[in-house]
Design a protein around this ligand. Sequence first.
Ligand code: ADP
Ligand code: ADP
Ligand code: ZN
Length: 215
Amino acid sequence: MDIILLGPPGAGKGTQAQRLVEAHGMRQLSTGDMLRAAVKAGTAVGLQAKAVMDRGELVSDEIVSALIGEELDAMAAGQGAIFDGYPRTAAQAESLDAILSARGRSLNHVIELGVDEDALVERICGRFTCANCGKGYHDKFEQPKVAGTCDRCGSHEFKRRPDDNEETVRTRMAEYRAKTAPILPIYDARGIVSRVNGMADIDDVTAAIEQVIRG
Ligand code: ADP
Ligand code: ADP
Ligand code: ZN
């Protein structure tokens, strides 16, 4: 099963993708995570992407589609993919169709997480992750069970993203409205879009997504 989680920055895509990975052994393909890894490693892609990401604008379609193709090729046959933060433009949606069909795969669901824009700044400015295993947290909405200790791996080190500040978030939201929201009709026409209320509690969002997947 291959699914897209679609929604603006802070909608909960990464949080829900991590839960699907744990529950179903699917693989999370986050172009944001791939790009941040490239920046950290100082690769040619990372050098090109860094300034664009710091501004909250979109990295080129060619770069992200190439990353997705490479990750899919590294997956076990039969393992489902969760696309998180990709596709973000009509050109990427078109590339994804070609990338999937070349590998004998196809999309089963596009799950749109609907959220109030007012809530997104608070979500993003309170977001942090475990520096060791990448588990996501929030200052107010998803704190570690033991303060300062990662629930999943026990690490005491956490990190915050440089682009998770109010100014950049506004640009990222504008990019979402202008370039990403318009791809929904493509998938609507195929009858594969399900809308989930992303303003609900994290567990309730997970339950709604599970219902979509079970069909
Ligand atoms: P969020 O989870 O807050 O939506 P991401 O981690 O998905 O953010 O993306 C962070 C940044 O990485 C984006 O602002 C953009 O610069 C870049 N990026 C990630 N995915 C894509 C993509 N599919 N196309 C273009 N740029 C991307
Ligand atoms: P995205 O990947 O769509 O940018 P995240 O999954 O990283 O979003 O979520 C952004 C922040 O909001 C994280 O700190 C996360 O813990 C928190 N969060 C996610 N879903 C919810 C929710 N339903 N209610 C409250 N906070 C949430
Ligand atoms: Zn951890």
